[in-house]
Design a binder for this molecule. Structure first.
Ligand code: ADP
Ligand code: MG
Length: 623
């Protein structure tokens, strides 16, 4: 979503002067592109391919030769056929992730992985390269291409990322840009970029679905434009579903078993079917998975049948984001097609039926994200009016409180940039520090959420429990990076942390956490209630015991007996899981000790009045 803010007092000439040479980059899992705004028209920058054609697509593939040289794009794909272990594709799946995060996909990669829980690296011979370095090679290649076309150094870039990318993945993508010598003006959500390319931000209002089926991933998002502000309302998809799966499904259906040659033949046939009603599938005997030559003519309807289960998966994800955004398909104002796989008429037919409308596909779905990034770069580079872009937080963010329960400060799908603050009180007497544990997730208990960071606020002077008041502030900037600060209100003591975790969370994990949060919602709520009531009970029991020790003389026999009964009862129920019984026990103890509390208060008042004139006392009481 966009917010148009014009900058008053700046002439067009001044604007032209401060205009920077900027580009937009779609850093894709399979293919990457670079674009810029040329004479007010966004365009992608193409280059000649080895087969004599021109193409704007650069395969996101990097080949590391044994002699140390590095090759990017089509040449790397070609080199990779003979040296798959030295060729890295799909680095986007690994960026900003730890080994555990990528366990599920590690076995399907042709290269070996190393690393730890914080970050993965790829083993190339003796070398270890990080996914950030691989992405930086792709970015450097695009930068060179852009500098040749623009005739000078690139001064700023907008790079697109999937809407669901978390802090670590965004940070790693930014780092890749920096490593490639680029100034990253902003990271932009891919669906938002697509909508920008269509100029949908210029409408007065509207709600759009973005259906993005690429090479290895499927993303679906809901965008909403209200009064010039364009928001990502919800995102979903499947990180292991894309054109590659379509290729495998076709190859399996035709050959019975698959190998690289069969998959390549399937891909050729699939892409040919986009422009023709039928296409031939051919594998020679020497590379065939069956040992015999296979030739067959495939029709669109053959393929539509084979890939139906894959497309059904996308339908389920699409329905789910509609539900998340609280929308019915007929409330949408448009559906945008993104990703190479949506060029297929079989996929288009499916999307049309799914949403019950003709999808927007006038702009090449391969290029639409890069074109939108170029539009945004132009804006940030000073070429057009200032625009503020907003995105959403994929999972709720909160802090752990006593008893392990989570207090959410920022809820899932909140528009960024955003901020929230909340005040917490100290739990124990004379507490001089406050540990702040930041977690992300939908569950009610901290242990079931993902731990993002911990930090401490120290040096608070000793105070009675409940007197220390700590204000915690969460701020998420336009790139989705979180900053947390804490301030003790009485003293002004402050501490803060920028949350830049060095590893990410897979979207399966995000998905699982969401499923869990629904499944366990009732149990979680109950556990949370028990934890909250138990803490309160323990606090009251301790305070009462201490007061009795100090001021036994203020107790009458009746009150002492009633308090003892109430305390014994509360101690009994406190260990159990009936939170209403604990809450009632607390109330009963309060009631039983009320005369005692009053006696203590009266005595404190007497003490403060002693030796003072009456008007002093009145002042004290009133202040
Ligand atoms: P990513 O966003 O993952 O980098 P792309 O959007 O570039 O991926 O999509 C790549 C996928 O698009 C590949 O699976 C490729 O086979 C598929 N694709 C490209 N052109 C066509 C076409 N004409 N018909 C069908 N699929 C296509
Ligand atoms: Mg893409």
């Amino acid at each position: 979503m966009l917010l148009q803010i014009s900058e008053p007092g700046q002439s067009l000439a001044e604007k032209a002067e401060c205009k920077k040479r900027v580009v937009g980059i779609d850093l894709g899992t399979t293919n990457s592109l670079v674009g810029y705004v040329k004479d007010a028209t966004p365009t992608v920058i193409a280059a000649a391919t080895p087969d004599g054609a021109t193409s704007a697509l650069v395969p996101s593939v990097v080949y590391y030769a044994a002699d140390g040289s590095v090759t990017v794009g089509r040449a790397a794909v070609a080199a990779g056929r003979s040296a798959p272990a030295r060729t890295v594709a799909s680095a986007k799946r690994l960026i900003g992730r730890g080994l555990d995060d990528v366990k599920a996909i590690a076995s399907s990669l042709p290269y070996a992985l190393g690393g730890d829980a914080q970050s993965v690296h790829i083993k190339i011979g003796e070398r270890a390269v990080s996914p950030v370095e691989v992405s930086a090679e792709v970015l450097r290649h695009l930068r060179t291409r852009a500098e040749q076309a623009l005739g000078g150094p690139v001064e700023g870039v907008v790079i697109t990322v999937p809407a669901y990318f978390d802090d670590a993945q965004r940070q790693a993508t930014r780092d890749a840009g920096r490593l490639a010598g680029l100034e990253v003006l902003r990271l932009l959500a891919e669906p938002t970029a697509a909508a920008l390319a269509y100029g949908l931000d210029r409408g007065s209002r509207g709600t759009y679905a973005v259906y993005d089926l690429g090479g290895g991933t499927f993303d679906v998002s809901i965008l909403k434009l209200v009064d010039g502000v364009f928001e990502v309302k919800a995102t979903g998809g499947d990180s292991a579903l894309g054109g590659d799966d379509i290729d495998r499904a076709i190859a399996t259906a035709v050959c019975g078993s698959i190998n690289a040659a069969a998959v390549a033949a399937a891909r050729d046939a699939k892409e040919a079917l986009t422009d023709a009603e039928s296409a031939s599938f051919a594998v020679a005997a020497d590379v065939s998975p069956t040992g015999a030559a296979i030739t067959r003519t495939l029709s669109r309807s053959d393929v539509a049948g084979w890939i139906a289960p894959l497309l059904d998966k996308t339908a389920r994800a699409a329905r789910r984001v509609l539900k998340d955004a609280d929308l019915a398909a007929d409330q949408l104002d448009g559906v945008i097609l993104v990703g190479g796989s949506t060029r297929s008429p079989m996929v288009r037919d499916f999307v049309r039926a799914l949403f019950g409308r003709e999808p927007l596909c006038d702009i090449d779905p391969d290029q639409v994200v890069a074109l939108g990034a170029a539009v945004q770069a132009e804006v940030l580079g000073g070429g057009v009016q200032q625009v503020v872009l907003l995105d959403v937080v994929p999972l709720s963010l909160g802090v752990e409180m006593m008893g392990g329960v989570v207090e959410k400060l920022i809820h899932r799908n909140t528009t960024i940039p955003c901020g929230a603050n909340q005040t917490f009180t100290t739990y124990a007497d004379n507490q001089t520090g406050f540990d702040i544990h930041i977690v992300q997730g939908e569950r009610e208990t901290a242990s079931a959420c993902r731990s993002l960071a911990r930090f401490a606020l120290r040096g608070i002077p000793p105070m009675v429990a409940g007197m220390g008041r700590v204000e915690i502030t969460f701020m998420i900037d336009a790139d989705g990076l979180l900053n947390v600060s804490a301030k003790e209100i009485n003293t002004g003591i402050e501490a803060s942390i920028a949350v830049k975790p060095s590893y990410g969370l897979s979207d399966e994990q995000v998905e699982q956490m969401l499923v869990d949060s629904f499944e366990y919602a009732e149990q979680d709520l109950h556990d949370r209630n028990v934890a909250v009531e138990r803490i309160e009970a323990e606090r009251i029991l301790a305070a009462t015991k201490r007061a009795i020790e100090l001021d036994d003389g203020l107790l009458t026999d009746d009150v002492r007996a009633a308090a003892a009964v109430a305390m014994a009862h509360l101690e009994g129920v406190c260990g159990g899981s009936d939170y209403l019984a604990i809450r009632n026990g607390v109330a009963a103890l309060d009631l039983a000790t009320k005369p005692f509390a009053q006696a203590r208060m009266n005595r404190a008042l007497d003490a403060s009045m002693r030796g003072k004139r009456l008007d002093d006392v009145e002042q004290n009481v009133n202040s």
